[in-house]
Design a protein around this ligand. Structure first.
Ligand code: 0O2
Length: 245
């Protein structure tokens, strides 16, 4: 484990940064106020960058909430159990930039990273996932950029979900801007599996042997949970067809 820096080391680093700032401001002939303005101006595009994704999440979340309300009138109950959203944090973006060897500027990050805005929609039944996805994609302001169906084609790990990368317009003070959002749609059972698997994958100090065994076990659990989804869907279909008679 990396050692935490001591108080003295932190003080020494802070001193060095302060010296650099003094050197920079005197070379550029900046007073303190001009320096603070410069910092603020440099952060403004980054703040706007993150704000755009927050707005896009609000747009898409509202669309799902409207669909949920509408479906509950037409069908039996609400199709959406929960919605979780997040804007990827700065550190995770930087890690992805390094891993994918993406040029380090905002334009390239915007173009190459698709999951800065992420929304996870957890549904009761598999049918609801496809119905909601179809309704969302039929809206005329939504552009579908890519679709990965890990329900029909699960990942080797056993992971199941429907992934959509969409582009959605947000209306800012003086412009309309399209922003990318990753939507993951899954059932409660798929979410249960993915959440636990995600937690365990990041557990450290697991021996390669145990890891191999666990990945088989987890993939098996995913099969069991998919079969549960399919049985619950059948039960629901029987109830629906009975109530139509
Ligand atoms: P986090 O912390 O959830 O955001 P990408 O790496 O995203 O550019 P790719 O391969 O197109 O490229 O992405 P993919 O595989 O379609 O989707 C990635 C996301 O799906 C992951 O995000 C996870 O949220 C989820 N996911 C994919 N495979 C698995 C899996 O085997 N187990 C679990 N638990 N989740 C999975 P991140 O960025 O990895 O993580």
């Amino acid at each position: 484990m990396k050692n935490e820096p001591t108080e003295e080391q932190l003080e020494e680093s802070a001193g060095k940064v302060a010296q650099q700032i003094v050197k920079f401001t005197s070379e550029m002939n900046l007073n303190a106020e001009a320096f603070l303005d410069l910092i603020q101006d440099s952060f403004a595009p980054i703040e706007q960058f993150f704000a755009n994704y927050t707005c896009a999440i609000m747009e898409v979340e509202t669309k799902f909430k409207v669909l949920n309300e509408q479906f509950s009138l037409k069908y039996d109950g609400n199709p959406i159990e929960s919605i979780h959203s997040r804007v990827k944090d700065y550190d995770s973006i930087i890690r992805k930039v390094v891993r994918k060897k993406i040029p380090r500027n905002l334009k390239s990050i915007e173009e190459n990273i698709n999951d800065i805005a992420g929304i996870r929609v957890v549904c009761s039944f598999v049918d609801d996932i496809y119905r909601l996805a179809d309704c969302l994609l039929s809206q005329d302001d939504i552009i579908l950029l890519s679709k990965k169906d890990y329900i029909k084609n699960p990942k080797p790990t056993g992971y199941r979900s429907l992934h959509l990368i969409i582009s959605v317009p947000i209306f800012l003070e003086n412009e309309k801007k399209y922003v990318k959002v990753e939507v993951q749609l899954r059932t409660i059972a798929m979410d249960f599996w993915a959440s636990l698997e995600h937690k365990m994958r990041y557990k450290k100090n697991i021996s390669p042997d145990l890891l191999e065994k666990l990945s088989h076990e987890l993939s098996d659990c995913a099969e069991v949970s998919a079969s549960l989804d399919s049985r619950m869907q059948n039960v629901r279909n029987l109830i629906l067809s009975d109530s139509k008679q």
